[in-house]
Each structure stands twice: as structure tokens, then as C-alpha cells.
Write a protein that binds this ligand. Sequence first.
Ligand SMILES: Cc1ncc(COP(=O)(O)O)c(C=O)c1O
Length: 350
Amino acid sequence: MVQNIDWSKLGFHYTETEFIVRAACHDGRWEEPYATTDKYLQLHVSATALQYGQEAFEGLKAFRGIDGKIRIFRWRDNARRMAKSAEGLYMTPVPEELFGKAIRMAIEKNIDFVPPYGTGATLYLRPLLIGTTPRLGVGPGHDFEFIVIASPIGPYYPGKFHCTTFIVNRHVDRAAPYGTGQFKVGGNYASSFRATESAHALGYDCIFLDAQHHKYIDECSAANFIGIKTNGQQPTANSQIEYLTPKSSAILPSITNDSLMTLAKERGYKVTRRHIRLEELADMQEAAACGTACVISPIDKVLDPERDRTYHICDQPGPVLSELYHALRDIQFGRAEDKHLWTEVFTPSV
Ligand SMILES: Cc1ncc(COP(=O)(O)O)c(C=O)c1O
């Protein structure tokens, strides 16, 4: 199977690998994880995942570095975020060490699928937690299955690092202020498809505003928003440069955004997390969506057809975000020192 993969042609979609890893939980007790080649689950039709959406997932990557070593990026943060998502949906959290063991096992069992250095491709890991208790009466279950899927994925930018145009949607809210937006649960994505798919049909991505006022920027499709006010400065250590990102109870706390904020602070930029009015886009010199998949996806324009307004941000990726993008990629691929201990070098068990 592995021999047939043209690493340079992989897109951002699922390529089946040999093993998945599974672990079950009954009445609060987690069993040991095991690897299996069977990709199908025997799930009762009344499982709470199917009936009531008791489902949470994560997304993280393992990188083959310039030195040939495999580095897993900030997996403990994904484990903690998944524990919060589990609590948010009344599920038994996966213990951190079990999470780590399962992702290491998924890498080890699929080691030949870790793309070579230099292709830009990586091994994407998709931990998944589902409720398996059969029930029809509305309520949570007490049995769960934790699964880790691995798939090699291509670089987000196979060609040039480029910009994307976004469109504002006020007719579909992604998540309520005190709802599940801060959790990585399937329901948030299913409920946003009406907006994201209609944006894609027009050739754009979708910006979600806060559901209460439709005034502040919440999320960019399935990614956090970053705005840069450069005040005419170059990306050198300079407190004139401001890195802005939304403060909202309805957005997912992005691990990429957190990493970029740390790198921005190191460069002396002012990092501000606050409500960001949509109209403030007019004062930004750079903007981007950020997340594990793309790291940074620069935004050239934001269209607001209802208000008959277009915010022109920049024609091509700007210097501040480009530099942060390369700085984080360099850490992930082992080309730069990992001062923050964000990566764990994978060591096979035997
Ligand atoms: C809704 C949403 N926001 C933000 C992000 C970015 O989070 P991270 O940087 O941890 O991938 C993701 C992707 O996981 C997401 O699905």
C-alpha cells in the first residue's frame, strides 16, 4: 500500500493507513489501547453518539524532521482540549497518558505512512471519542470508545503560500455564546456546513460572527482569526506591531494560535485578545485564519454582501504573518530550536 503513495501529490484528505488504535471505557474505567486493521465499528444503532451526538474529536500532526526524527506537536494540549470537550458533552475524558500511548501506537503501527522530510506532507492524527451506550431516552451514556485514526496528508500549500477570500454569513451561527463552540465536537461542524458549503460554492471561505450580536468576529470556517496592525513597521521586534485575536466563549482555543501568540510576543509584538468588530478589518494590514491544517491561511479580502462592503486587506501574504508561519514550521520540522518544548520526538517502543 505504502509503495503506491506519491507523497508530493497527497492532498488534505484521508488516505487509509494500516492500523487504527482503539480503547474502550465502561462505567468510568478505561481499558488498554490496542491496534487493529479493522476500520469498522460494531455500534448499536441506539448508541448515544448516533442518537444524541455524544462525539468529540481532535486533530494533530507528526512531522518527519530534517534530521529524520519524527516529532509530535503539542499532543498534551490536544489531550487536555479533548478532555474539556468530553466534559462539555458529559462523556468520560480520556486520561492524558492513555491519549499519548494511543497516538504513539498509531504512529508506530503506521510508521511507513509518515511522509518523508522535504515533501511538506505530514502524518495527521485524528483522535475520536464516541458514546457507545445504547439508549433511546434522551440522556448521556456511560460507555465510550476512543479511537485514533492516522492519515498522511499533503502540504496545505503545495505551491505558493497564498491568500484566501472570506465571506461573512449572518444567517447561520456556528455556536452560541454559552454553547459548545469552545469544544471540538462534531455537532459544531455539522451545524456550520450550511454556511461553509454555501461560501465554497461561491469560491470563498466563511467568517462566523458572534451569535449574540452579529458584530464581532468569532471564527474563520474551522480556524481561529488573527489580525495584524503593523502601523507601517517591518516584522522586527517592535511593539508597534499588534497581533489581534478574538476573545469569545464560542470559539475553539486553537493550539496553533496559542503557539503563534507566543512567537509573536517573543518578537516584541503586542498580543491582544479581545472582541474584534468586523469593521476593524478596515484598519488591518494583514489577517489570517490559523489552525493545525494550514498553520496560517492569509486573508486577502473579506466580503460582506449584506452591507455591500468589501474589506481589502492585502494582495499577498504579508511579512508579519509569513515570518510567523515559517518560524512555526521550522520548529515543527526540526529546523529551529524548540525552546518551548512543543514537540515530542517519537521513539519506537522496541
Ligand atoms: C473550529 C476550529 N477553530 C480553530 C481550529 C484551530 O485549532 P488548532 O490550531 O488547535 O488546530 C480548529 C481546528 O482544529 C477548528 O476546528
